[in-house]
Ligand binder design. Structure first.
Ligand code: UDP
Ligand code: UDP
Length: 466
């Protein structure tokens, strides 16, 4: 090896995100962080994309970062028998990418200069790792959720077939994975279901296969998830896992895809609650009305992004009708309701925003951390309760755990929502903690920070395999 870093060739790394903005966004941020360190990047995009948000973001991204090379993977059509109609369209899309993974082989081997590694989304691990193995190409996983979720993801397969023990000392049932026991109420319900479903099958297959990857990179940082990261690396979750490296939180890209929300400029500092459940979570009309009632009763200022359909292209309902007659008129002095994509990076960094009612998608949590915005957690599905555990544990938010999962399990009443909104907006302790987390997040990815060191170590390994 050369002693001088400058004389080492720049490694060429390909990135393969999965579908949905929650998976695409961290890959784009990661791509930019790597490119800033001189890594040559090919970003593989899968077509067609499911949401309009993805296709628009990609076209802005490639025009803003022309040094990142796009490469398109055209997906094979899915056989209707593969997934039934009740499945989440994003999970169906993961399946489509998985079933097209063999098409990667000619694509990867044609890239020039030859690749040092492929970094794959965790939802594609079990079908992509065999491809990279056949090419003798190192395969890294980018885990786009919390390390807390990773502990469940990599150990869940080992519990399948074994009966989860009930803990008689506790009122709740617990689920044993590795060395941890997780309340069953926090496990995504499809994982506990006897009915076959995509989430369960894919987590089992991906979690098992990830042991054969060359490294797992997580969009988190030591100060907030030391215990989970330690347990993963000390073999306390599963044996034989490759090194798990925290490399986050990824800084925002700062590219404009949509116009800003000028309304925020007229609101007092820290006064606005931002309400959003991410890019792919639909809420029932009944729950939307109760949420509106809660926001109105809370007396707080708010910016609310309403979403009735999982896939943005299908979300055609007229806003006034969705939130109910007269609602927007009644709240117009202190509330803004929208039904379109907003630039959340920008909203979260606005000085008027003082709280975030969030489903706790990990990117939303990371953006709140980056900006020191307290969270009121209302997880809806998937990994979101595992992420809410982190939010609550580090003290930068409150979680009304009794509200349960979204999707009609229970309809949470406006009075309860109003009370929690007032709690979070007036909680000085949570505000102070959120500010500390902001500093720690920025320190982690700054020079000398733990995540920056983690990233540089991985790049060094790639340089050697060049
Ligand atoms: N997002 C946004 N505007 C919206 C909705 C979402 O910019 O109107 C972004 C948000 O900032 C985050 C991503 O989309 O980066 C959503 O990812 P997350 O993990 O929070 O949740 P998911 O959408 O995957 O459930
Ligand atoms: N996941 C997976 N296969 C699936 C569905 C989900 O591997 O069929 C993973 C997904 O990548 C995420 C976690 O399971 O880490 C939770 O799923 P979800 O898609 O709801 O999370 P999100 O994409 O909103 O972050």
């Amino acid at each position: 090896m050369s002693n001088s870093q400058n004389q080492e060739p720049a490694p060429h790394v390909a990135l393969l995100p999965s579908s949905g903005m929650g998976h695409l966004t961290p890959f784009l941020r990661f791509a930019v962080s790597l490119a800033q360190q001189g890594v040559q990047i090919t970003l593989i995009t899968t077509h067609p994309t499911i949401s309009l948000a993805e296709s628009q973001t990609l076209s802005h991204f490639f025009s803003t970062f022309p040094h990142i090379t796009p490469k398109q993977l055209n997906l094979l059509p899915l056989n209707n028998a593969t997934c039934d109609n009740s499945e989440d369209p994003f999970y169906v899309k993961y399946e489509a990418i998985r079933l097209s993974s063999h098409l990667l082989k000619p694509l990867l081997s044609s890239l020039s200069p030859p690749l040092s590694a492929l970094v794959t989304d965790m939802s594609l691990a079990s079908t992509v790792i065999p491809v990279t193995q056949s090419l003798n190409l190192p395969n890294y996983i980018l885990f786009t959720s919390s390390a807390q979720m990773l502990t469940l993801f990599v150990s869940f397969h080992a519990t399948v077939g074994s009966k989860a023990p009930n803990n008689s000392d506790k009122t709740e049932d617990y689920f044993q994975t590795g060395l941890q026991s997780i309340p069953k109420s926090r496990i995504p319900p499809p994982l506990l279901s006897d009915t076959p479903n995509l989430l369960r099958t894919q987590i089992i297959e991906n979690g098992k296969k990830m042991i054969q990857s060359d490294g797992i990179l997580v969009n988190t940082f030591q100060t907030i998830e030391q215990d989970s990261l330690g347990a993963l690396n000390d073999g306390k979750v599963v044996n034989g896992l490759p090194r798990v490296t925290a490399i986050g939180p990824f800084p925002p890209l700062g590219i404009e895809r949509t116009q800003s929300v000028p309304w925020l400029d007229d609101q007092p500092d820290g006064s606005v609650l931002y309400v959003s459940f991410g890019s792919r979570t639909a809420m029932s009309r009944e729950q939307i009305r109760e949420l509106g009632d809660g926001l109105e009763r809370s007396g707080c200022r708010f910016l609310w992004v309403v979403k009735e359909k999982k896939v943005d292209r299908e979300d055609g309902g007229e806003l006034g009708e969705v939130v109910g007659d007269g609602f927007m008129e009644r709240v117009k002095e202190r509330g803004l309701v929208v039904k379109n994509w907003v630039n959340q990076e920008e909203v979260m960094s606005h000085k008027a925003v003082g709280g975030f009612l969030s489903h706790c998608g990990w990117n939303s949590v990371s953006e709140a951390m980056w900006n020191g915005v307290p969270i009121l957690a209302w997880p809806q599905h998937g990994d979101q309760k595992m992420n809410a555990v982190v939010v609550e544990r580090i003290g930068m938010g409150l979680w009304a755990e009794a509200w349960g999962w979204g999707g009609g399990e229970v309809v949470v009443k406006g009075e309860e929502i109003a009370e929690k909104v007032r709690d979070v907006m007036g909680n000085e302790l949570v505000k102070a903690k959120a500010k500390c987390v902001r500093e720690e997040a920025r320190r982690a990815v700054g020079d000398g920070g733990g995540s920056k060191k983690g990233l540089m170590e991985v790049i060094e390994i790639w340089k050697k395999s060049f």
